[in-house]
Design a protein. Sequence first.
Length: 546
Amino acid sequence: MNLRYFKNIIPVAAVAFAVAGLSSCTKDLDVTPIDPSSTMTPSEPELFTKCYATMALAGNYGGDGKGAPDSKYVCDIDRLDGGTTGFVRQLWNSNELTTDEAICNWGDPGIPEFNYNSWGSSHPMLEGFYNRLYTSIAFCNHYLDVCAGADAAREAEVRFLRAMYYYHLMDAFGNVPFATSLMSTPPPQIQRAELFAWIETELKECVGQMQTPQARKSSDAGYGRADQDAANLLLARLYLNAEVYTGTARWAEAKEYAEKVINGPHKLWTQGANGWSAYQMLFMGDNGENGSSIEAVLPLLGDGITTTSYGTSMFLMSSTWKSDMDVKGDFGMVEKFWAGNRARRQLVEKFFPNGDAPAANIQDMAVAAGDDRALFYGIDRTLAVETPGEFASGFSVGKFRNTYSTGATPHSTIFPDADFFLMRSAEAYLIAAEADARINGGTTSATGANYINALRQRAHTTTVSTYSLQQILDERARELYFEGFRRTDLIRYGYYGGANSGNYVWEWKGGSQNGASLPAYRNLFALPSSDITANPNLQGHQNEGY
């Protein structure tokens, strides 16, 4: 299991996790690995760490000590595998492949349906994402049921994590089953607006007990744990999308909570090193150590030896790279070029609005764009995705790499050392700017413009004195592309499904090469048919259109 997770979240020697048959909570710690197939009485730190580790690991790997898994792999969700249920992997698939940013040439069940916005209630990856979120909630409920009072700060963090998992369920699936403790009966369904109110209340109640915000490196105690800025950023995100979730806009509160983060210690990382831009350093193998973690509000920990997972940073790297992109031979995982996910034309044109993106390598592409964030590879690629099943049809994305900014050698050639910054402060700048523009009739004030300009200055690109809502949406794409935000952004702007969805189309939207409008019901995914069958409280309550 992932010893790095335990060492960073709770500083003890080494503990493996088991979740079957847990019934009580004790303070003693095991210091030798435990067979994950066995049952045991858990310690409070073990349960606490599992509530975090579920985001980065889908179960237990063995390993040969060099970063290679052995044949014994246990997914912690029955019937499903680690790839199908990986939190980051399915968060990414559902929010990127379904939009104008990404497309995949693989034929895995569920991938074409994501590409063409044609998923249904039996979609295997959406079922995996749904079950990962509920399994994570069950870990949190278990902790809160049996370890209440053990540690106030850790209890508050688990409440935050549970609220975040429910946020993703609310965003993706709408009216979902809801439980705040382990249950022996099927949980009832909660309405989306009610769940919004619960998440809001829960975050406000727990934030004061969470760690005081502090920018940390991987060597610092508490790195990888959520602090008060994580709760504030999730509240800002919640309020930014409040009109979608509840019918009532909450722009002033979105700006208020985003500014709490902006004015805190999680600052934008602005210093490049050894030829790498500051933006690139956010997504490199040593991002926990190179200084860029000052921006990380909630990092998911990675290590090529102790975090042998295919679902987090490795997925983001390997799925987007082909060996021909590794010009300097420094990608850092020479054995793992999967060549699947790449950019749709509309994303590249956010940097090259005249359609003149060059056939260039990653570094030269950013220079041509005049923007450090244009991390695309265009040699032997076509800008348009004319053939979705071919990786060279569409520009490649070189945003994520296992290279060390110092030139040091990664721990493994198979698995990455990079952490994934699930929440970073750049998002707060974008939320505050958009909320400011909406409050001011569609254009930023000087304050709102300054937030956008801070990001653009970091990227060494041009700035202006005001930004429209459309410019802010485009800026979100330039800053946050391939980080799992795009579907939610397009829905908030009315560009995804519904009456106005024809106002913005992209390659293969709705299955048409030139793009087509989507019906409003596509703004939600279907509740998995397997859960509707299992839970009588959901029967007759499938999302409209499915």
